[in-house]
Design a protein around this ligand. Structure first.
Ligand code: FAD
Ligand code: NAD
Length: 393
């Protein structure tokens, strides 16, 4: 019996397994993931800010496929793909071979080699880092009552991409409650966002981006654009000599693919591999790379598509269809992607959105917040089943 091995149970991996399991194949499907749970990365900023608990955004992987007899789940960490031997090396058990591999190991925080980031910045890339960032934030704010160190109430969020902006929205939403609970004066809180580029939310039109910036500014966020961070100290962020003092520094300046990609000898850039039209690795007809470890050219602008949950799910469908085709001796299909738009939340009750679904919609305020919840629910359904969707927050 052929073995299809899927590594990484994020959006890409979960969706690929769901599709393959539904295809009634005479093949074994093995899913390897380092945690027993799937987490919705699209809501990690909420756990980091403390507006959601990990249980609100996670579900059990084995449970999700409990009724699929040909799916086996292995909880272990992938350390390397041995491409010539056609096997995947694991941290705690023997290597596992494959006939077809779907590599969907996802993303890690990008430091760009900037001094002090690893030691002093708090990234938001998985449940553990989100929880660590939350604990540091809460401990530091609580400490002010005895320390009276104004830096304990200063927070710098690095970069102004989607992760930063969505985190800021949750943070300023929760701040009044934390001030009451931890006994610090809210008027002494300073939240700054330091961005290298000249614009905030440049991917939205001026109207939507301007609305989002004003919304956050009204809640106290101070934005600094054209300010590249060059060093992160224990209690300040530095941009070419200018210091932004803070005892909480959230590091959200972007991501790269899993380090396993470079460790496995792929032809990669920032641990992303530009894949062939049908999502296979050039020269490796048995391997599909999807999600944040892959790069797909956008014929519209000649650049790679941004890495999103949306494209990961679409790639998973294409990779699964192609594996089914190969097993049947049929030709593979090309990956074609049409983005449905973008939603950026600004806390639980507001957001901005540019959606291409039955027409084009620009949304601001609570309608965009509803759209974000709808998209998250739909994603859970696409990965598992309606029961898990209804149980998720
Ligand atoms: P991931 O979701 O990163 O999943 C990878 C999986 O592999 C994880 O389960 C991980 O535990 C596992 N894994 C990693 N390494 C190993 C290993 N060595 N061995 C075994 N298992 C391993 N995109 C959108 O489209 N819409 C949004 O609203 C949105 N919001 C976001 C909000 C935040 C805060 C962040 C950080 C990202 C957001 N994104 C959003 C981007 C989106 O989350 C990613 O593009 C998406 O998660 C990529 O999916 P993936 O399946 O490739 O990888
Ligand atoms: P990003 O790359 O989109 O944004 C990082 C930001 O940090 C950029 O604006 C960049 O200019 C800035 N930056 C980089 N180096 C810097 C430095 N030294 N000093 C100051 N600023 C610096 O990263 P992200 O926000 O983590 O998003 C990662 C991926 O996930 C993207 O593809 C994004 O589209 C996706 N995502 C989507 C959503 C959503 O759709 N709502 C939410 C979060 C993330």
């Amino acid at each position: 019996m052929k073995r299809i091995l899927v590594i990484g149970a994020g959006y890409g991996g979960m969706r690929a397994v769901k599709k393959l399991a539904g295809a009634d194949l005479d093949a074994e499907i093995v899913l390897v993931n380092k945690n027993p749970y799937h987490y919705q990365t699209t809501q990690l900023h909420e756990v980091a800010a403390g507006t959601k608990e990990p249980s609100d955004i996670t579900f059990d992987i084995t449970q999700a496929f409990a009724n699929k007899k040909n799916v086996h789940v292995i909880i272990d960490e992938v350390t390397k793909v041995d491409q010539d031997a056609k096997q995947v090396e694991l941290k705690n058990s023997d290597p596992i071979g494959y006939d077809y591999l779907v590599n969907s190991l996802g993303f890690e925080s990008e430091t760009f080699g900037i001094p002090g980031v690893e030691e002093n910045g708090w990234p938001i890339v998985d449940i553990n880092t989100a929880l660590a960032a939350r604990k540091h934030l809460e401990d530091t704010l609580k400490r002010y009552k005895t320390s009276h160190d104004e830096n304990d109430l200063h927070i710098v969020v690095c970069g102004a991409g989607f992760t930063s902006i969505e985190y800021l929205g949750e943070l300023v939403h929760r701040m009044p409650k934390m001030a009451k609970e931890y006994g610090f004066p809210e008027n002494l809180v300073k939240v700054e966002c330091v961005e290298a580029g000249p614009k905030i939310l440049g991917m939205f039109n001026q109207d939507l981006a301007g609305w989002a910036v004003k919304y956050l500014e009204k809640k106290g966020v101070i934005f600094h654009v054209s300010t590249p961070i060059t060093e992160v100290m224990p209690n300040a962020v530095v941009s070419n000599g200018t210091q932004f003092p803070a005892n909480t520094i959230i590091w959200t300046t972007g991501v790269h693919g899993s380090h396993v990609i470079a460790d496995s000898g792929y032809d990669q850039k920032r641990n992303r591999v530009v894949v062939a039209d049908d999502l296979r690795v050039n020269g490796r007809p048995d391997q599909f790379l999807i999600g944040d470890v892959s790069g797909v050219n956008n014929p519209g602008n000649g650049r790679l598509f941004p890495t999103t949950a949306q494209i990961s799910i679409a790639q998973a469908d294409c990779a699964a269809n192609n594996i089914v085709a190969l097993l049947k001796g049929q030709p593979t299909e090309k990956f074609v992607f049409k983005a449905l738009g973008t939603v950026c939340s600004l806390g639980p009750t507001a957001g901005v959105a540019s959606i291409d679904f039955f027409g084009h919609w620009n949304l601001k305020g609570w309608l965009a917040a509803i759209a974000k919840k709808f998209v998250a629910d739909r994603a859970v359904f696409e990965l598992t089943n309606i029961r898990t969707m209804l149980e998720s927050d």
